[in-house]
Write a protein that binds this ligand. Structure first.
Ligand code: NAD
Length: 259
């Protein structure tokens, strides 16, 4: 991947960071995005750049706002940076029964987990077509394939992004641009830690007990998937060996969706 540039959304933490690391390890320059402490982000940029000998930019855009996505791509274009690999990873969760689901939270989850991928894709594709190569990787979820209670917006967005992935894969099928989705099961990141903490508080149990209960309910391996494992799957999708993997929704879920 030497000489290629990867924009990984939501890469200041969790899965996005794991993917950014795996791509940088293979020589890709990075455009990081996501929220976080400015000093920590500066340290992260410096350490990735030094360890892998790649250029690491940071773009702070709030991807739930289409205008900020357009501004981000304009800045990259002005700086002569083309996005060869687009990883749509930034995502949020909100848990509530559908009749009590706050409409503002519905809008926020759909805006970031689904609409942002549409906007980044439409902005990135022209450059990929010009350069004749590209990889679009959408981080969906086991919840893109099956549902759980109290996750209406998340499940709708994740099913939606798999649909979007398939359309983009068909529209790029005769080119060297591919679009695929990755569907992880539970990964221990801040997004999931919040759900573990909420479960522990609600049931009056320890965080450890809540973690085992959360895993046992859905994930037959009773073990977390790691950001590094997802990074390796993304790196494979970027390889020439994956040139004909198109419109797939690949699970990496400890057996969650095999049930
Ligand atoms: P995380 O909370 O650790 O990271 C989310 C990232 O998105 C952070 O970098 C955050 O700053 C960024 N972000 C949040 N709002 C943003 C916004 N408006 N604009 C730009 N960036 C924003 O979460 P994670 O668990 O690493 O999740 C990453 C992706 O993986 C999400 O799409 C999530 O749905 C998906 N996923 C996670 C799991 C899991 O078990 N953790 C499982 C399946 C799928």
């Amino acid at each position: 991947m030497k000489g290629k540039t990867a924009l990984v959304t939501g890469s200041t933490s969790g899965i996005g960071l794991g993917i950014a690391q795996a791509l940088a390890e293979r020589g890709a320059h990075l455009v990081l995005n996501g929220f976080g402490d400015a000093d920590e982000i500066a340290r992260l940029r410096a350490s990735l750049a030094e360890r892998h000998g790649v250029t690491v930019r940071y773009e702070a855009a709030d991807l739930s706002r289409p205008a900020e996505i357009e501004a981000l791509f304009s800045r990259l274009q002005a700086a002569g940076v083309g996005v060869d690999v687009l990883v749509n990873n930034a995502g949020i969760q909100h848990v509530a029964p559908v009749e009590r689901f706050p409409t503002e939270r519905w809008d926020a989850v759909i805006a970031l987990n689904l609409s942002a991928a549409f906007h980044t894709t439409r902005c990135a594709l022209p450059g990929m077509r010009e350069r004749g190569w590209g990889r679009i990787i959408n981080i969906a979820s086991a919840h893109g394939l099956v549902a759980s209670v109290e996750k209406a917006a998340y499940v709708a967005a994740k099913h939606g992004i798999i649909g979007l992935t398939k359309v983009v894969a068909l529209e790029t099928a005769r080119s060297a641009i591919t679009a695929n989705a990755i569907c992880p099961g539970w990964v221990l990141t801040p997004l999931v830690q919040k759900q573990i903490d909420a479960r522990a508080a609600q049931a009056g149990i320890s965080a450890d007990e809540a973690r085992v209960a959360l895993l046992s309910e859905k994930q037959p391996s009773v073990d977390f998937v790691t950001p590094g494992q997802i990074g390796e799957m993304a790196a494979f999708l970027c390889s020439e060996a994956a040139a004909q993997v198109r419109g797939a929704a690949w699970t990496i879920d400890g057996g969650w969706t095999a049930q």
